[in-house]
Design a protein around this ligand. Structure first.
Ligand code: XMP
Ligand code: MG
Length: 176
């Protein structure tokens, strides 16, 4: 297992892109009361930075999904935490996730929000991985498009480690 020497995406690039996304979101959701639903744990870092660029009446809710063990998707998505229904029902919701890979997590999370009666659900991901989708999911807002590699840092983990890295690195599992 080997962490890349240099970041794939450094802190300055992340900060610049988060600011751009914030500006775009402010424009697109003008006038509509917005709830941001953050998928724990990985998206907490991205969301915390992004939320600093959003209007003061934005509500924030957290959801917890688990579909991953190590670097291989397990295929089932379970929710350990769901948003308060009153923060979702009848409101525009922005679902914020760290990375879009097979699409299973976002597909399941969006279904939960629709089940709670969201008026509209848009998806914002920090990273969109060029990996085969199992569920047809397209993110409405994307920080960066990346190759099909395993990445860690800025909230992203490998077996719960590396989340505290301030930038995004690639992790090779079988170095040669
Ligand atoms: P799916 O396959 O549901 O995956 O779209 C999304 C979830 O899988 C995790 N994931 C990763 N985590 N580095 C990580 O640290 C990666 O390269 C990676 N790819 C997928 C992530 O938890 C996300 O919520
Ligand atoms: Mg994860």
């Amino acid at each position: 297992m080997r962490l890349s020497d240099a970041p794939l995406i450094d802190q300055a690039r992340i900060a610049r892109r988060v600011e751009e996304l914030g500006a775009q979101l402010r424009e697109d959701f003008q006038g509509a009361p917005l709830t941001v639903a953050v998928l724990l744990k990985g998206a907490a870092w991205f969301a915390a930075d992004l939320l600093r660029h959003l209007p003061h009446d934005t509500r924030v809710e957290f959801m917890r999904a688990q579909s991953y063990a190590g670097t291989a998707s397990t295929g089932t998505v379970e929710f350990g935490l769901l948003p308060a229904a009153e923060a979702i029902t009848g409101r525009d919701v922005l679902l914020v996730e760290d990375i879009l890979d097979t699409g299973r997590t976002l597909h399941a999370a969006r279904a939960q929000l629709q089940g709670l009666g969201a008026a509209k659900v848009k998806i914002c991901v920090l990273l969109d991985k060029a990996a085969p989708r199992v569920e047809a999911i397209t993110a409405d807002y994307v920080g960066f498009r990346i190759d099909d590699e395993f990445v860690v840092g800025y909230g992203l983990d490998y077996n719960e480690e590396y989340r505290t890295l301030p930038a995004i690195y690639t992790l090779s599992i079988n170095p040669h």
